[in-house]
Ligand binder design. Structure first.
Ligand code: LMR
Length: 393
């Protein structure tokens, strides 16, 4: 038989953690695994604006007939001023996009489109979101890694400069727009300025993954890097996720945007995206995109959404401040956690120590040592810090 030749695959390590945590009967267990926002009581509520827009959609939607591989273009366009700036969100008609099923769908499309355009190799700071490499491998594009951060917890600009210098014609570079996953170590604005100039000078294709806009410094602030790079380069691909900043995780809402050298080239490029989508998921599920569109078309719902995002960011900053203030605990210096961005940071633990965190202390974190800081609350943070001190003493 043919199918029996397929070997059992290990479960995705990050997603397997969800199950392991759910099965743990210990009441004081802490889930710092997959990246979902949590309140100080550990809940991941549906945004009030999302609830309201969903109710509106239920009342007003008159058909479920097919849209098309591009999805809801009202959604795609409504998001653009937030990503590319209110001034000229299409950059003179050079940017347009299509809906995708979540950030993963958007990254998948971006990498597949890059490959179709002749890209064979993507440079990427490591460690990165593990799915970046999985997607590249599945699409058939080589990943060329370079070190993202120094041991001191800052961006390793030398490694990045070296990588861009070594890149060849026809290469691409994958850059996290903000809230670097897994390290939380982002480029400063000055570093983005330099990156934009380097990428432009080298002529490589930037693929920008913006999955956490608004969870770092703010909606505008978190778009700085993407906008700086786009201002310099002729072409780029931007993978966007609404899963985190609209709390839409399981409903999967994202978008792929393309920047073309000239406005009249956008249509042809995107038609390739449509063909790739058609051969994959055909059309993205509509619900989430329609809801995000309804929010962005309504000033009151938009204000409610942005306010909730502010609350999330403030809570994560509070957790980060507490972590940063913890300083040295065992062999781990928590100080840099205080200034990192977004949901994630890496605790420098060995595989054995990560296991001990789980088995001895019921703390669930990725094998890489990545934690979702939003899983920490004022009620469990001391236990977490003490557990790190214990396993590294
Ligand atoms: C994460 O890294 O935890 C999230 O981006 C969820 C995912 O799909 O991996």
């Amino acid at each position: 038989m043919t199918l029996t030749s397929l070997q059992q695959q290990p479960a995705d390590a990050l997603l397997a953690l969800i199950k392991l945590h759910n099965e743990d009967p210990r009441e004081d267990k802490i889930d710092l695994g997959v990246g979902v926002y949590r309140t100080d009581t550990g809940a991941t509520p549906v945004f009030a604006a999302v609830k309201a827009a969903e109710a509106r959609l239920l009342e007003t939607q008159t058909s479920k007939a097919y849209l098309g591989p591009e999805g809801d273009m009202g959604f795609v366009h409504a998001l653009m001023p937030y990503v590319f700036g209110k001034q000229d969100p299409t950059m003179g008609g050079r940017i347009d996009g299509m809906q995708a099923p979540g950030g993963t769908g958007a990254v998948r499309l971006a990498v597949a489109l890059a490959r179709k355009a002749g890209i064979k190799r993507i440079w990427m700071g490591t460690p990165s979101w593990p799915n970046h490499a999985q997607i590249a491998a599945d699409v058939g594009v080589e990943i060329k890694g370079f070190t993202h951060a120094t041991k001191a917890g800052t961006v390793d600009m030398d490694a990045l400069r070296f990588a861009i210098e070594a890149a060849q014609d026809g290469d691409a570079i994958m850059l996290h727009g903000c809230c670097h996953n897994p390290s939380g170590i982002d480029y400063t604005n000055a570093q983005w300025d330099e990156i934009a100039a380097l990428v432009k000078a080298k002529g490589i294709l930037p693929i920008l993954d913006l999955a956490y806009q608004g969870l770092g410094q703010g909606m505008e602030e978190d778009a700085y890097g993407v906008r700086r790079v786009l201002a310099e380069v002729p072409e780029a691909l931007i993978a966007y996720s609404c899963d985190k900043n609209f709390g839409y995780y399981r409903d999967r809402v994202g978008a792929l945007y393309v920047l073309a050298a000239q406005a009249d080239q956008v249509g042809a490029i995107l038609s390739n995206g449509h063909a790739l989508a058609r051969a994959c998921w055909s059309m993205p599920p509509d619900h989430g995109g329609a809801v995000v569109r309804l929010i962005l078309e309504d000033a009151a719902l938009t204000a409610s959404w942005l306010n909730e995002l502010d609350v999330m960011r403030a809570r994560m900053n509070e957790v980060r401040a507490r972590l940063g203030a913890a300083g040295m605990q065992g062999s781990v210096d928590f100080t840099p956690f205080g200034t990192q961005n977004g949901l994630f940071s890496i605790v420098p633990l060995t595989g054995e120590q990560v296991l001990a965190m789980r088995e001895k202390h019921a703390v669930y974190m990725a094998g890489s040592g990545r934690i979702n800081v939003a899983g920490l609350t004022m009620g469990n943070i001391d236990k977490f810090i003490a557990a790190v001190a214990d396993v590294t003493k």
